[in-house]
Design a protein around this ligand. Structure first.
Ligand code: ADP
Length: 502
């Protein structure tokens, strides 16, 4: 079968979930490898320059250097040291020799002997001297007071971030140099990569099982529903679609149950329709046959009787024609094989024309048709079909009106709509029947005597035509007071030929 080739929902969900996890991990890996360096460098340079600025503000002072001030320098230097940033001072002595010292050593010790025991004391080594010389050069080359840069010297097998600035106070006139190593970055990257490998494996394993679980959980109720549907297809009408795992599926079950009811109702209606059509075809045929036999056997020679019998045959043939025509009309309308001939139509004249067709009948049978038709109201519609609609509705109002034999036909302008109303004073339609009267062959008052012959298809034809026109229509009915069948046409100007039917 065709759908055998399709992938199962469960495997699809499973597959996409894993692909999603892998893509996510790939993105993390790529960003880690591509951007980590740059992010790290920026962060390092920011930190070193912030620390440098802070120290530089403290060191560049005109004030007398007290123990308190020295302690502040030391505290900042110690904090920086703990963060992996080494700060030291460089200056040229009387012999123009460059002296490089940590803040804790040399000149501070000479001012505050207590500090010599500091745990964080760092000895200046060759690397610091090389960096200091390079930093002083950079300051001179740049012509700025401060520089901050990445340094990879030829003679040092390591990359550093360096900050340098000039320092001037009561004790020293030289340079403040800060450095931090990139070694930490390499270590960090290596730690992160190991972590990433572990995390990636864990995520893939979790994604594998979680997606399997989710896909099974989603597909299971669908498979259940599909089995229920198969049961229904095999003729079991007692099945009920039920599912309370997800809102959407529960809604789908509700819709399926509703459709199931509608389908079985349609089945009943179809059977009724067939029975009705056969019955309605059979009755006139039986009559035609009976009266034809009567003419042949009995009344053939008696003109009066023969004429009466022939008239019955003609009437019954007319009824048959009407019924066959209605059935054909309806099936054509419903299969939409007929094109709609939309044009701007004067609804007022159309109504007048239809009512005129009832004039003779009304006069003869004592019916009163009260009309309130505003002139020159236009709409865009298929004239012939709407004429049929108006005819059917007015015909029904006459058929089902009360003993006063009066009906009202109104056409008025309401906002932008042309409102057609056909009102009778009959028994009305009960609430439970209001929806069903539009069904084919639906008759809830079979015993009702109808002055105008009906086929039981009139309202069904009306409904199909109006639905094709997409206009609002309906019936307002009150038991024992009467019914008002109405249609809301969209009003158009006479010269406006644009399609305005919604
Ligand atoms: P028919 O009138 O030939 O039976 P219709 O399709 O025109 O068929 O109408 C279907 C049913 O709707 C009618 O049998 C009748 O029971 C009900 N009906 C239609 N129009 C009216 C009305 N104006 N008042 C009360 N009942 C109506």
């Amino acid at each position: 079968m065709k759908y055998k080739k399709l992938a199962k929902l469960r495997y699809n969900i499973w597959f996409y979930f894993i692909v999603f996890a892998v893509v996510l991990l790939a993105i993390v890996w790529i960003t880690q490898i591509l951007f980590f360096d740059r992010i790290y460098q920026k962060k390092k340079l920011d930190t070193i320059s912030q620390t440098g600025d802070k120290l530089s503000v403290q060191l560049n002072t005109d004030e007398k250097i007290t123990d308190n001030i020295l302690n502040n320098w030391l505290k900042t230097a110690v904090d920086a040291n703990e963060a992996g940033i080494y700060s030291y001072l460089a200056y040229y002595d009387e012999n123009n020799k460059l002296i490089v010292e940590t803040i804790y050593s040399g000149f501070i010790i000479s001012n505050n002997s207590d500090l010599s025991s500091s745990q964080t004391q760092t000895n200046v080594d060759d690397t610091d001297e090389i960096i200091a010389i390079n930093a002083i050069d950079a300051l001179i080359v740049n012509g700025n007071n401060t520089v901050c840069y990445q340094y990879k010297g030829e003679d040092i097998d390591e990359t550093f971030y360096v900050y340098a600035t000039t320092v001037k106070n009561e004790i020293i006139n030289g340079y403040l140099v800060l450095r931090t190593s990139q070694q930490a970055l390499i270590e960090t990257v290596s730690i992160i990569q190991t972590q990433l490998i572990i995390i990636s494996i864990i995520i893939v394993i979790i994604a594998f099982f979680l997606s399997y679980y989710i896909s099974t959980k989603i597909s299971k109720p669908i498979i259940q529903m599909s089995n229920t549907a198969k049961q229904w297809a095999s003729g079991d009408e007692s099945i009920v679609f039920s599912n309370d795992s997800y809102l959407e599926l529960s809604e789908l079950c509700e819709t399926l149950n509703y459709s199931k009811e509608a389908i079985s109702k349609t089945g009943v209606l179809q059977r009724d329709l067939l029975a009705n059509v056969s019955h309605d075809l059979k009755t006139p045929l039986t009559m035609i046959k009976a009266y034809a036999e009567m003419i042949r056997d009995l009344s053939g020679d008696i003109k009066e009787k023969r004429d009466a019998h022939t008239n019955v045959i003609i009437d019954e043939a007319d009824r048959l024609t009407m019924l066959v025509n209605d059935i054909l009309d309806l099936s054509k309308l419903q299969s939409q094989t007929q094109e709609q001939d939309l044009q701007v139509v004067n609804l007022s004249s159309l109504c007048e024309r239809v009512l005129h067709r009832f004039n003779d009948f009304a006069e003869q049978s004592g019916y009163k048709i009260i009309k309130e038709i505003e002139p020159d109201l236009y709409t865009l519609c298929d004239e012939k079909k709407i004429e049929q609609v108006v005819y059917n509705l007015v015909g029904n109002s006459i058929n089902y009106t009360g003993d006063d034999k009066t009906i009202f036909v109104k056409l008025s302008l309401e906002n932008d709509y042309v409102l057609f109303e056909s009102i009778d004073s009959g028994k009305g339609i009960s609430q439970e029947n209001v929806e069903t009267i539009w069904e084919k062959y639906y008759r809830f008052s079979d015993t009702h005597h109808r002055p105008i012959k009906g086929t039981g298809l009139g309202l069904s034809i009306v409904k199909t035509i109006l639905e094709n026109h997409r206009v609002k229509f309906g019936v307002i009915s009150k038991k024992d007071i009467g019914s008002n069948f109405f249609i809301q046409f969209k009003q158009v100007n006479n010269n406006n030929k644009e399609t305005e039917v919604e």
